[in-house]
Design a protein around this ligand. Structure first.
Ligand code: DGY
Length: 310
């Protein structure tokens, strides 16, 4: 039996990938990067840059489990002739579901309500207690109308929500299909009751939502980040929440991730936070794993990747 191709991975990579790759490749831990490795499998956003790739002279492919590739230096990979694959499409529905769950959770104070209902303070039902903000009939602003943003817009229709979107380029076809309306970012921020971020993290979107942008939001508005943590200035969000300059924030992602356990934002009751659960369903994560394996194996064979990063 010829030896299995050796693949660098940020282990452990979970039971599904481990099962799919058992007997197919040998997974090598990240700190053992060096010659003799034929590929890279990125699972939890480890950095892949030029210096790392230079330590892997035999690397034929980088396969990322996920669609966001902000942790991978694509130019460095291209310069070395190493193709990069990711897992687009299969996670749009799950990620949009989670974004919408965050809209509902933050607007209707679900997590706070859960804590209260379990705690010692809930001794009498009080109709004036824990009032939230309405979701149906609200205006939702989607920043980044890509595949995931479009799925968020679809879900909004069932809630009679008016949808504004901001995108690098207006998308007339999506406007016609989804009934969404393009707005410049400052106008979207000023009008939306819920601002949902679904942009990829790029040089252009890093720090997109800072103090000035938060100041444009209504005091009754909620910021939802289902994109990447570094799209928002976390200090600015912490200040805005603490001063109640916005109604709430719901963050599935943060920078850094995870946050230091004593970060001041974690003490605020108008924050809803989840541990990067966007695509975290059994079904979606399996599909992502299968796509990542298909890219990895194609690259190891020297073939073209089924879903290369474009
Ligand atoms: C993605 O697909 O980018 C998710 O954030 C998981 O990495």
């Amino acid at each position: 039996m010829p030896p299995l191709p050796r693949v660098l991975a940020d282990l452990p990579v979970g039971p599904v990938l481990t099962g799919l790759l058992d007997g197919v490749v040998e997974l090598v831990p990240w700190d053992a990067a060096g010659p003799g490795l034929a590929g890279v499998l990125t699972y939890g956003h480890p950095t892949v840059d030029g210096p790392l790739l230079d330590r892997l002279p035999g690397c034929r492919v980088v396969s990322n489990v996920g669609v966001g590739v902000d942790h991978i230096d694509l130019a460095a990979a291209a310069a070395r002739g190493v193709p990069v694959g990711n897992t687009p499409g299969v996670l749009d529905g799950a990620t949009a579901d989670l974004a919408f769950a965050l809209v509902l959770a933050a607007g209707r104070r679900l997590v706070e309500g859960d804590r209260y209902a379990r705690g010692p303070g809930f001794l009498r039902y009080d109709p004036s207690h824990m009032l939230g903000r309405e979701v149906h009939g609200a205006t939702l602003g989607i920043v980044g109308l890509g595949r995931i943003g479009e799925q968020v817009a679809r879900r909004a229709r069932g809630f009679d929500i008016a949808v504004l979107y901001h995108n690098r380029r207006p998308k007339p076809a999506a406007e016609a299909a989804l009934g969404v309306r393009y707005a410049a970012l400052p106008d979207l921020l000023a009008a939306a009751d819920y601002v949902v971020l679904t942009v990829p993290l790029t040089a252009e979107t890093r720090g997109l939502i800072g103090r000035a942008e938060l100041a444009r939001m209504k005091p009754t508005a909620v910021l939802v980040n289902a994109a990447r943590g570094a799209v928002v200035d976390l200090d600015a969000v912490t200040e805005a929440l603490a001063a109640r300059r916005i109604y709430g924030a719901a963050l599935d992602v943060t920078d850094p991730e995870p946050l230091p356990r004593d970060h001041p934002i974690l003490k605020l009751d108008n924050l809803t936070i989840t541990p990067h659960l966007g695509s975290a369903t059994e079904q979606t994560r399996r599909r992502m794993a299968e796509m990542a394996v298909a890219n990895l194996l194609a690259g190891l064979r020297g073939g073209s990747l089924p879903t290369p990063v474009t």
